[in-house]
Write a protein of this length. Structure first.
Lengths: 148, 110
């Protein structure tokens, strides 16, 4: 099996047009992600996601570009560019919205890890096996220690 | 983000070597090569990559270098990898909460 991407699925009890606004409008995006989101939900529009460090007051800006805007079905954007000025490989985040009983199913995919040379998704999968192993063994160890 | 660390464990042969070292406690280029479809020389090169990022530590005993996993460094790598997927889980939960609050408010306001 290939793990070149991260895929997530979540059922939301809200209509697709409400969900579409939440994932694609900067005033909503900054409620669930960066401290500030600056972009126009227009294909090709350059934008920025900003995080502020409350201790140092420093701002970190990450460049992004809106790719697809198809309400209320799909919104996608690129971010984490390897090179400055939105060049080189980048990660592509796509939100697909599917009408479901009582609401909307969001399918989020983030692709491009292999192109970045990171294979994060591959590693995440491989190493979750180890974490599962540790989760299993550490309580067993606790039980063993308790008995002594 | 530490790209060197990620690319070190991005290679499937090196991941298998990590598994073998975790299972066996320690190993040498010779013992690992016996369990892998690659030469001892190739294994030695992979071990050098893992050593450079601190995922394994080696000590010379007799004619061979014995390697074992640096568990702290491996745990750090695992935490970084999981953070990538886990952070999307958290974001999606917040999207869900926000959209459902807006929907409820809209229903209430008619």
């Amino acid at each position: 099996m290939e793990y070149g991407s991260i895929e997530r699925d979540i059922l939301v009890e809200a209509s697709p047009d409400v969900v579409f606004d939440v994932v694609s409008k900067p005033e909503h995006v900054q409620e669930w992600w960066p401290d500030e989101a600056r972009f126009e939900p227009v294909p090709g529009a350059p934008g920025e996601l900003l995080w502020r460090d409350p201790d140092t007051g420093e701002t970190m800006a990450v460049e992004m570009t809106v790719v697809e805007v198809d309400p209320p079905k799909r919104f996608s954007f690129r971010w984490v560019y390897a090179e400055p000025d939105r060049t080189g490989p980048s990660l592509l985040v796509t939100f697909d919205l599917l009408p479901a009983d009582n609401g909307t199913r969001i399918r989020m995919t983030e692709t491009g890890f292999r192109e970045m040379g990171w294979e994060i998704a591959v590693l995440e999968e491989a190493y979750n096996d180890h974490v599962t192993g540790w989760d299993k063994y550490i309580p067993a160890l606790g039980a063993y220690v308790d008995k002594r | 983000m530490n790209d060197d660390l990620w690319s070190a464990i991005g290679d499937p042969t090196r991941r298998t070597m990590i598994d073998l070292l975790l299972a066996g406690g320690s190993g040498t280029a010779t013992t690992l090569a016996q369990e892998l479809p690659v030469t001892r020389q190739a294994v030695a090169k992979h071990l050098a990559v893992l050593d450079r990022v601190g995922l394994v530590t080696g000590r010379t005993a007799g004619r061979e270098r014995h390697y074992q996993i640096d568990e702290a460094q491996l745990a750090k790598a695992v935490a970084q990898l999981n953070a990538v997927g886990a952070s999307w889980d958290a974001r999606l939960r917040r999207i869900k909460r926000l959209a459902e609050a807006i929907e409820r408010k809209r229903d209430r306001d008619g």
